[in-house]
Ligand binder design. Structure first.
Ligand SMILES: [Zn+2]
Length: 296
């Protein structure tokens, strides 16, 4: 009897920051995640950067020992399209600092929010941000910092970061990768992610425009999200009746054997990361979509 071909799951799951069920030092988070069945962590440095080199090396060791892939979220106080020159300068320094800490951590990507349009026209805001980010990339290259520069798709219409803008940034910036916050795309565009075709269109566009720069792995943020005509309003847990749909995405990941890191930004962080993992694994085992719908 020939053994059935086993598809190896290339999708990692983890929370954005400290799991809610864990009380203790960040250094022990990777072993906690490993215990509960997760293998990714987006370290949050969103208020300020406060991990020094020694500590970063310890966290790195813990992550490696527990097979947890790290990424890092840079401070929110970044605006590469600001009207103030000093804000753009400070943003460059903050992103560079985040890249350095990520390098010590062995984190593969630094996620950040590119900026706000303010009074600028979108095109102008984009060009200004790209120029500043090219400089960051060049300095990072000279310093031999390994982590990728990861501009995130943003959920509010006042923010620089539509999918097309992120694609254009990544095209222009060496050593960068798009961060696909899919709920943000859903919220910003008025609820567009409901079917397989909706996700396929995004992946096809990424393939066409960026090729392998976007893949291996895809870096994805996921949560359920509430929105208004201005875009993102509030994150929700699975089962609260909000979109976007996860099952169609999971089906594509399994069928196309895509490599992806899925970071849960749900209010119940690791619990929904585990739910997403369960959905993907169930599809991998051939369970019917119907039986999974109650998990959405
Ligand atoms: Zn973010």
């Amino acid at each position: 009897m020939t053994p059935r071909k086993r598809i190896k799951l290339k999708v990692r799951f983890g929370p954005a920051g400290r799991p809610l069920g864990f009380k203790g030092d960040l250094i022990n988070v990777p072993s906690y995640l490993h215990e509960i069945g997760l293998n990714a962590l987006e370290v949050q440095q969103v208020r300020r950067i406060n991990i020094n080199k020694d500590r970063a090396m310890e966290i790195r060791k813990a992550a490696e020992e527990n097979n947890v892939l790290l990424s890092l979220h840079a401070p929110y106080a970044i605006n590469f399209s600001s009207e103030k020159e000093e804000t753009i300068e400070a943003s460059k320094q903050r992103l560079l600092k985040a890249l350095e800490v990520a390098h010590w951590l062995g984190a593969y990507i630094v996620v950040f929010h590119p900026g706000y349009y303010g009074s600028r026209k979108p095109r102008e805001a984009l060009e200004i941000a790209i120029n500043a980010l090219k400089e960051v990339s060049e300095i990072a290259r000279k310093k031999k910092l390994k982590p990728l520069i990861g501009p995130e798709t943003m959920g509010k219409k006042s923010q620089l970061g539509s999918l097309d803008e992120i694609i254009e940034m990544v095209k222009e910036i060496p050593n960068s990768k798009p961060v696909l916050d899919l709920p943000h795309i859903h919220a910003r565009e008025g609820g567009i992610l409901n079917t397989r075709r909706d996700y396929e269109k995004i992946f096809e566009k990424l393939e066409e425009e960026l090729g392998k720069k976007a893949f291996n792995p895809l870096h994805i943020h996921f949560t359920k999200i509430e929105y208004t005509e201005k875009g993102e309003k509030k994150h929700h847990a699975f089962g609260e009746g909000y979109g976007p749909k996860f099952i169609p995405l999971a089906e594509i990941l399994v069928e196309q054997e895509l490599e992806a890191t899925i970071i849960s930004e749900s209010p119940i962080l690791e619990q929904d990361a585990l739910k997403m993992k369960k959905i993907v694994e169930s599809i991998l085992k051939g369970k019917s979509k119907k039986s999974l719908e109650k998990l959405e």
